[in-house]
Write a protein that binds this ligand. Structure first.
Ligand SMILES: Cc1cc2nc3c(=O)[nH]c(=O)nc-3n(C[C@H](O)[C@H](O)[C@H](O)COP(=O)(O)OP(=O)(O)OC[C@H]3O[C@@H](n4cnc5c(N)ncnc54)[C@H](O)[C@@H]3O)c2cc1C
Length: 383
């Protein structure tokens, strides 16, 4: 066993767990270990669009929107820091986004939303079909206009994961892949050890960051009911080097994003309550139809792959960020749903602050796990 002792053990090596471990490291906690039963990166390894877009309603009083904007604002400094520490470039790009309208109803809904976006950024505006054609000539002429949101960015999510992981390991942290957490040893309300498929690790503090699996691990490891489950999403990738899309393109929940290497990501479906990570015929068909309806030139693009992942969704749609009820030295960060890449920056920061006993830099009350997590009865410590 290479990690028989750790100051902080993070259960789950997705982007949430890695971001928390990295922020702990930058605050002096070098003895941090990330335990991942598969390969690090989790769902972020397929979130190729890497959209850093405003979550929630976008209203100033929407806690999820505020959290998202706080996270977005930190990306430039974080990425510069990660690049320097790791030598890996996560490809942060200020692409801006276009929210497209084809029908009169879509236009009315987007125009009604515009003042909300303008409260965040006065540059947001409606562009008519002529300007749309100038901004994005490849978009279908059937669209009547779009809302332009210049503040939205893109990142290359798998690269962001690699940057976090490399910076973490180079700084002295540990990532144990292929290591499943199977149980915990507790003294009263304190966890003192974690049982894994590679042996036991003595720990001082624990973070549960196991994504959609928190709903399974909560009862099994900690005797709490954690209402977080999987929201499956599918995504297609094409190669289209002759195409040049400058913005992220949205229509409703679906989007198209071209990356610096010319590949194009088309996402993403929403399918509730399944742990199956295989793409389906219906998912592929709906995304391919949306892609070619929106950017007809994609008819000629080379199909690369279809992917599916499990977004962690809490029962009220908001992330859980804070102490796990009933436990003195366990914290949880889960339920980031469609926004886990965007929220990774602020999540890492506020969770490190909580774990180290500092006051979080943003108000975490709306995300308090105690609003949803219930103590469950006697703990069964084998997962
Ligand atoms: C198709 C798709 C596109 C997306 N696009 C975007 C986007 O453009 N922008 C954005 O912000 N977000 C996007 N997301 C959402 C984002 O990817 C997720 O919110 C985020 O990756 C969740 O990260 P996580 O670390 O919380 O969970 P996960 O990535 O699920 O990580 C949890 C990890 O815990 C591990 N684990 C589980 N049980 C155990 C155990 N017993 N022991 C050890 N390890 C365990 C799992 O193997 C997993 O690796 C997208 C998601 C999908 C599916």
């Amino acid at each position: 066993m290479t990690a028989a002792r750790a100051t902080v053990a993070v259960i789950g090596g997705g982007i949430t767990g890695l971001a928390i471990a990295f922020q702990l490291l930058t605050r002096g906690v070098h003895d941090v270990v990330v335990l991942e039963r598969g390969q690090m990166g989790g769902q972020a390894m397929i979130a190729y669009a890497g959209l850093l877009s405003i979550p929630g309603t976008g209203r100033l009083d929407d806690p999820l929107s505020s959290l998202g904007m706080a996270s977005l604002a930190r990306f430039p400094d974080l990425v510069a820091d990660l690049r320097e520490r790791s030598g890996v470039d996560p490809e942060l790009r200020p692409t801006g986004a276009l929210y497209l309208a084809m029908t009169a109803d879509e236009e009315a809904a987007l125009r009604a939303w515009l003042p909300t976006l303008q409260a965040y950024d006065a540059r947001c505006r409606w562009v008519d079909q002529y300007e749309l054609r100038e901004l994005e000539p490849a978009v279908s002429p059937l669209f009547r206009g779009a809302v332009l949101a210049p503040f939205e960015w893109q990142v290359l999510s798998p690269r962001l994961v690699q940057a976090y992981a490399r910076a973490l390991v180079l700084g002295g942290g540990r990532i144990l892949e292929g290591t499943e957490v199977t149980g915990v040893e507790a003294h009263g309300d304190q966890v003192v050890g974690i049982d894994t498929s590679a042996g036991r690790i003595a720990v001082e503090r624990v973070v549960l960051a196991a994504g959609a699996w928190c709903g399974v691990l909560g009862p099994r490891l900690f005797g709490v009911d954690v209402p977080v489950g999987p929201l499956r999403g599918q995504l297609l990738r094409f190669e289209a080097r002759e195409l040049r899309l400058r913005h992220s393109l949205y229509r409703g929940e679906l989007y198209i994003a071209q990356k610096a290497d010319g590949t194009v990501a088309i996402g993403s479906t929403e399918e509730a309550a399944t742990f199956d990570r295989r793409p389906t015929g219906a998912g592929v068909r709906s995304l391919a139809t949306f892609a070619t309806d929106t950017v007809p030139a994609l008819e000629h693009a080379v199909f690369l792959e279809a992917l599916a992942g499990l977004r962690p969704l809490a029962s009220d749609g908001l992330p859980l960020l804070g102490q796990l009820p009933g436990w003195r030295n366990v914290w949880i960060a889960a339920g980031h749903a469609r926004n886990g890449v965007l929220l990774s920056t602020i999540t890492g920061v506020v969770m490190a602050e909580c774990i180290l006993g500092a006051t979080p830099t943003v108000d975490l009350h709306p995300f308090d796990p105690a609003r949803l997590v219930r103590r469950y009865g006697a703990r069964d410590r084998s997962a």
